[in-house]
Design a protein around this ligand. Structure first.
Ligand code: NI
Length: 246
């Protein structure tokens, strides 16, 4: 009889403590905090409240892209890569890595030709084959297009293959190939909602990135993808990104 009593007591004690362990309110709040942090990591940053900017890299993937991805990973920074079909051919794993590490992928056409000098049929080929390739490699349906040289005209806009994304901070990284100049161009006049243009096809561009991130984080900016930037309804898209002055 006593044996049964002790067993029952042990059983109810276990119930009592396990209830306490699993249902205490402080544990609920821990779960909520974890969920909230996870949400902000997976892309629900509110750009109407924080100083969002987007780092964009054109012309890759290249042999320098993996070291850039290492830097971005270390710094917890997300970027947007506008890739060229012809460069994906031998670097599919690099493109896959970009997508796997939560960066955004955009279309920089098949062969980097000036779209305004092509026929509608040729343009369609340049853009659609690249979207298809991006999907085949990453399983991501991209909808962003950065026209080579930033060249667009009314007919391209009318064809509506996707959202045309230009830029408003040009680092001229391909021109100077000097780290200090690239850092200065990227950081000196930057404002909330800016889109920074760089190229992951030069060692010096990649080498400038840690300092750019350090400076801009210090000034209170948050790095987001172009899609996250566009999700802020207060951004004047038409003026700022579709018909940029560069
Ligand atoms: Ni380009």
């Amino acid at each position: 009889m006593l044996h049964l009593f002790i067993s029952l007591l042990t059983f109810f004690t276990w119930i009592l403590f396990s209830e306490h362990t699993y249902l205490a309110p402080e544990h609920f709040s821990l779960i909520q905090t974890a969920t909230a942090n996870n949400d902000s990591f997976s892309g629900s940053i509110d750009c109407s409240k924080v100083k969002c900017i987007a780092l964009t890299f054109d012309d890759g993937p290249s042999k320098y892209t993996n070291s850039l991805l290492d830097i971005l990973k270390k710094q917890w920074v997300k970027a947007t890569f506008f890739v060229i079909w012809a460069n994906i051919e031998h670097r599919e794993s690099t493109l896959k890595r970009e997508a796997d590490e939560w960066h955004e992928i955009g279309n920089h056409t098949r062969n980097h030709k000036d779209l305004t000098k092509l026929t509608p049929e040729e343009r369609k080929q340049e853009i659609e084959t690249t979207f298809k390739k991006i999907f085949e490699v990453t399983w991501v349906s991209s909808f962003l297009i950065r026209p080579p040289y930033g060249r667009i005209d009314e007919s391209i806009l009318g064809e509506q293959y996707g959202k045309i994304i230009l830029w408003n901070v040009d680092t001229d990284d391909w021109k100077s190939k000097k780290i200090d100049t690239i850092v200065a161009n990227a950081t000196n006049k930057i404002q909330k909602w800016d889109i920074i243009l760089m190229h992951d096809t030069y060692q010096t561009s990649v080498d400038a990135v840690p300092e750019i991130i350090k400076k801009l984080k210090k000034d209170g900016f948050t790095f987001v993808t172009v899609d996250e930037l566009l999700s802020d309804q207060t951004v004047n898209l038409t003026k700022k990104y579709f018909h940029g002055t560069h």
